[in-house]
Design a protein around this ligand. Structure first.
Ligand SMILES: N[C@@H](CCC(=O)N[C@@H](CS)C(=O)NCC(=O)O)C(=O)O
Length: 218
């Protein structure tokens, strides 16, 4: 197979980058990662030189360039079986959930940006809490129909999409019901997640605007 490189943003902050990283790890596809520091002078030019999307993540496979976290995940699922749930109905639902997690939950994303080093207990705005509740309801409904520990029993791409959200519940101390809480703990104990998190913890770059959301370093 051609060389595979995953271009990612800062590990502490780039929720989009984390998802395909987890998918490629689970696929056991050998890949290199290349980090492009976000929000520093010239970063956008670097992203646009990689792809017209002007965003990370981007996957390079030989000469092929694949932007977008879901497209990269779909590419991995074509190479390696079982990254999506086996049952066709579950697979459809899992994909819909990924799309929702990509484009919906705007209040949660705006008010509780992924920030793995962050721990705060500042009260979050109601709109953010409502979105968080929508997210935990979606997870609980799915977990209630399966045996766990993941949304569709075994780990699948939809769990990679949920992981950055799981970290937000912990970073911003957002309340969640019991099943969702257990699920969050499961995602955050995953060895590939922990490896990403360990790198994020020692990253030296800081994005002060993001770190200051809701009361600074709480
Ligand atoms: N739909 C894209 C969105 C990617 C995205 O927004 N990435 C952020 C990184 S966290 C980015 O590159 N932001 C830089 C910018 O928009 O200038 C995906 O799923 O990969």
């Amino acid at each position: 197979m051609a060389d595979i490189t995953l271009f990612i943003g800062n590990k502490n902050y780039s929720s989009w980058s984390m998802r395909p990283y987890l998918v490629l790890c689970k696929a056991e596809l050998p890949f290199q990662e290349q980090l492009i520091q976000l929000d520093v002078p010239g970063f956008k030019d670097k992203l646009l030189a990689l792809s017209d999307a002007g965003t990370v993540p981007v996957l390079q496979v030989g000469d092929e360039i694949i932007p977008d976290s879901l497209a990269i995940s779909d590419w991995a699922a074509l190479c390696v079986p079982n990254l999506w749930p086996k049952d066709p109905k579950d697979r459809k639902l899992a994909r819909e959930m990924c799309l929702r997690m990509q484009s919906d939950f705007l209040e949660l994303r705006a008010h509780a940006p992924m920030n793995l080093r962050r721990r705060t207990r500042t009260k979050m705005p109601e709109s953010c809490l409502q979105d968080a509740q929508k997210m935990s309801d979606m997870w609980e409904e799915c977990l209630g129909r399966h045996d766990g520990p993941f949304l569709f029993d075994n780990w699948s791409i939809v769990d990679a999409f949920a992981t950055p959200y799981a970290t937000r519940f912990v970073s911003y101390d957002i309340a969640r019901p019991a099943k969702a809480d257990t699920y969050i703990s499961e995602l955050m104990a995953d060895e590939d997640y922990l490896s990403w998190e360990a790198d994020a913890m020692i990253e030296v770059w800081e994005l002060p605007d993001t770190d200051m959301v809701y009361g600074g370093r709480g």
